[in-house]
Design a protein around this ligand. Sequence first.
Ligand code: ZN
Ligand code: ZN
Length: 356
Amino acid sequence: MSHEYVANLHMHTPYSDGTWYHDEIAAAALRAGLDIICVTDHNVWVDGPERYYSAGDKRLLVLVGEEVHDASRQPQRNHLLVYNARRELAAFAPNPQSLIDAVSQAGGLAFLAHPFDSNVPLFDYEEISWVDWQVTGFTGLEIWNYMSSWAGLLTSRQAAVQYAFKPELGLVSPRPEVLAKWDELLVAGQHVVGIGNADAHGLEYAYWGLRRVLFPYEFLFRQINTHILTSHELSGEFGPDRLAVTEALGAGSCFVGYDGIGTTRGFRFTCHHERASQGMGSVVDNRAGVTLQVVAPAPCQIRMIHNGVEIGSWKDVTSATQILPARTTGAIRVEAWRNHLGQARGWIFSNPIYLI
Ligand SMILES: [Zn+2]
Ligand SMILES: [Zn+2]
């Protein structure tokens, strides 16, 4: 029995380039119905605001991580999201491998942030992709970053105007390059955890003489989130809950949900075999065959992907079952697609189950 907590794990405060402080962001996250946030300012670990916040009978676990990058590098690349290191690691930024190693030594998790970003010439924005792909030992990839996906839509002035007001018309799925890279790493035998986040800053944009916050924190907390599944219910005690959440995230017991087009709460991807049932992130010794089970919270198209190759597709269903014979090995992940505003859109991206 797993317990599901909706988390957003990438956002900024005025300690770097955001606009709201931790308590204001926490209030927005509570309004949006989140259970967990992790604040990730650029090159500063803000020690202090971590605790449970509450409003009425709702509580929110507020964690503080860090988004580390080499500020002197030109051009800017290689942003790393660091969770639960609980110490300042920005000094390691010039060497991404040393940084990832320092995160591991500190008991933290390291995720490559917005690994495939793109230039926006219209706004003189230069992309911040990950480029040092020879690194090893990182926890996973931020497969979907709302603000990076949105920026990718701004290919003309007309598109910019349209997607400023109706971003949901443009947002379709994680960038295909990041899914291809994820599969490539999985095929190579690496365990790679996928997460999805806002990258909220609460910035004001000026246009036509108006100043407006285009993407308020609360709006973004209702869009792309990481749903974390823990084996035990969180207790409400900060220390043990922080560890339980970190452990589940590090193990890949989570999925990415585009909650903006319909809540993804309740999605499950499990593997059943003679000895037990196991969830996302599990390593399963496939000696006698397995049954893979997908449950979605609303009708959708379910796709099952084995080592980068689709092995099953079910249209307009809320569940799917696939039997795999003994000694089939490799990483199996699931995507759920759903029609919204006249187009099929990526809705849920599971983490893999690893058959050995
Ligand atoms: Zn970044
Ligand atoms: Zn960021």
